[in-house]
Design a protein around this ligand. Structure first.
Ligand SMILES: Cc1cc2nc3c(=O)[nH]c(=O)nc-3n(C[C@H](O)[C@H](O)[C@H](O)COP(=O)(O)O)c2cc1C
Length: 198
């Protein structure tokens, strides 16, 4: 049973819609185990954005990998969040996780996930990775395997450069993003129960 009040915010940027598909899959995963999930686009840093993040029990960070790191829009958000950081670590003890998408299989996506994890640590948050063995990594494996890009730090997706967001990233990567949403919601539920018992 999931904790009904586990609130998962997905704070993301997507320049051309591909990473937004991943964000929607993370949200669907969280919803599937009874949490609430809210998509928070970071293009405009309104009061509503900050209020939603303040109210969340978990924040999942997501951005496309641009030039080997999270997109500039995400980095602007990260810098603006220093106000929350300065207010006695306003996101302390929230659960954190991350996802990223890019056109190359690697594309240096790991660097974006590391960036998210460091960012979360600076905020005193608790990082949750993927608990899935790497797929598509032996001779009988399939591209349809969960975690086909083999990341533990967070969910990765790959979008062919000539495909629109209607067609990329592929369903296999969206299933992996969904699994991250399930895991974050489940861990957040446990975290909330532990806080109630303490
Ligand atoms: C400015 C820019 C930089 C990019 N840098 C990378 C990169 O470092 N590695 C990579 O694999 N793809 C790179 N890409 C491709 C994007 O990550 C890819 O098109 C992704 O699907 C875009 O996601 P979005 O539609 O959510 O913006 C770059 C694209 C742009 C526009």
């Amino acid at each position: 049973m999931s904790h009904p009040s586990a609130r998962i915010a997905i704070a993301f940027h997507s320049g051309y819609g591909h990473t937004a598909k991943q964000a929607e899959a993370v949200a669907a995963g969280a919803l599937s185990v009874g949490a609430t999930a809210e998509l928070v686009a970071l293009d405009e840093l309104t009061d509503d954005v900050w209020a939603t993040l303040a109210a969340a029990d978990a924040i999942v960070f997501g951005a496309p990998t641009y030039m080997g790191s999270p997109s500039a829009v995400f980095k602007a958000f990260a810098e603006a969040s220093s106000k929350v950081w300065g207010d006695d670590l306003g996101w302390r003890d929230k659960i954190a996780a991350g996802f990223t998408n890019s056109k190359a299989m690697s594309g240096d996506k790991l660097n974006s996930l590391v960036d998210f994890a460091v960012f979360a640590a600076q905020h005193g948050m608790i990082w949750v990775g993927l608990d899935i063995y790497p797929g598509w990594s032996d001779s009988t494996a399939s591209i349809e395997d969960l975690n086909r890009l083999g990341s533990w730090l967070g969910a990765m997706a790959q979008s062919d450069a000539d495909l629109s967001a209607e067609k990329a990233p592929p369903a296999t990567d969206l299933r992996t993003a969904h699994a991250l949403g399930v895991r974050v919601a489940t861990v957040t539920q446990r975290h909330l129960r532990g806080a109630l018992a303490a």
